[in-house]
Design a binder for this molecule. Structure first.
Ligand SMILES: NC(=O)c1ccc[n+]([C@@H]2O[C@H](COP(=O)([O-])OP(=O)(O)OC[C@H]3O[C@@H](n4cnc5c(N)ncnc54)[C@H](OP(=O)(O)O)[C@@H]3O)[C@@H](O)[C@H]2O)c1
Length: 270
């Protein structure tokens, strides 16, 4: 049987790296795309893996990474749009440049990657597009408005897209992880600041520090992404480590949910 091929964006660390390794272990060809392929770890020296340069904010690199993948493996069965980071902090302190960059990376970069992949998937007669959103695409926490806006946008885009792509045999899947221990919380957050909100910012930063050690490892998310890639059903959403939050959010009256979030996140001191 012919090996299948997956292309993953943001495969240099965290969920993207764990996903690339998982597919590799399962015998797939892997295009583990990244912004700094020269820094890729030894795991990328395996057979059946290439590491094309791809910065989702630069459309030319998306095209060249797709070309490189087709030249190496002949096809792309699954596209995993994973690259992203979080802009956090009070909206009043967010600069237009910060917000634009957040959207260029988490939303418009994903859109460009999908648009440039679609002719390939259509030509092949099908495939699967997996968009890594977040539980933060379905609910919201304090000081995360910019990031949430991008992930809610990814949710809406994905849910609509599946109607127009079904006729081509192209499935769309959304992954909504809960809190995962990656570079995301330690180094991946860009903080916007504003003097009026410094107390709130330190409460949320303290909360992030406190929960960091208890977060789940990215391998569980990688496993879910693989399951979604192999799932031929019409299921749209998979929420690794996020189900409990989504359930609570759905069943609790809004007032209760809000006071729970405020009590847990905004009462945290060192
Ligand atoms: N960790 C969580 O708690 C969590 C929860 C829900 C959803 N997510 C989502 O999961 C995805 C992966 O995050 P992670 O937790 O694995 O964090 P991570 O370890 O920081 O990984 C983020 C990846 O995205 C890449 N990236 C950032 N900007 C990029 C760009 N312009 N072009 C290409 N790649 C870019 C990074 O590359 P560099 O190494 O070059 O910076 C890195 O490979 C993100 O979309 C995030 O929103 C994470």
């Amino acid at each position: 049987m012919m090996r299948k091929t997956v292309l993953i964006t943001g495969a240099s660390s965290g969920i993207g790296e764990a996903t690339a390794k998982y597919f590799l272990d399962k015998g797939w060809n892997v295009a583990a795309t990244m912004r700094s392929p020269q820094k890729a770890g030894d795991w990328t020296k395996a057979k059946n893996i290439i590491c094309p340069y791809l910065d989702v904010t630069n459309p030319d690199t998306i095209e060249s990474a797709l070309d490189e993948t087709l030249a190496a493996f002949g096809q792309i069965d699954v596209l995993v749009n994973n690259a992203g980071y979080a802009l956090m902090g009070p909206l009043e302190g967010v600069t237009p440049e910060q917000l634009e960059h957040q959207f260029q990376t988490n939303f418009f970069g994903l859109v460009s990657t999908i648009q440039k992949s679609l002719p390939i998937l259509r030509r092949q007669g099908g495939g699967t597009i997996i968009n890594v959103a977040s539980i933060g695409g379905r609910l919201a926490f304090p000081l995360v408005s910019s990031y949430h806006a991008t992930k809610w946008a990814v949710e809406g885009l994905s849910e609509s897209l599946r109607y127009e792509l079904r006729r081509f045999g192209i499935r769309v899947k959304i992954i909504e992880p809960g809190g995962i221990k990656t570079n995301f919380i330690n180094h991946g957050i860009v903080w916007a600041s504003h003097p009026v909100y410094t107390d709130m910012v330190s409460q949320v930063k303290n909360f992030n520090e406190k929960i960091n050690d208890s977060l789940a490892a990215p391998e569980g998310v990688a496993k879910t992404i693989y399951r979604a890639a192999c799932d031929r059903s019409a299921r749209l959403r998979y929420s690794p480590y996020g189900e409990a939050f989504l359930l609570l959010h759905a069943i609790l009256p809004d007032k209760l949910w809000r006071s729970l979030v405020e009590n847990v996140m905004l009462r945290t001191t060192k």
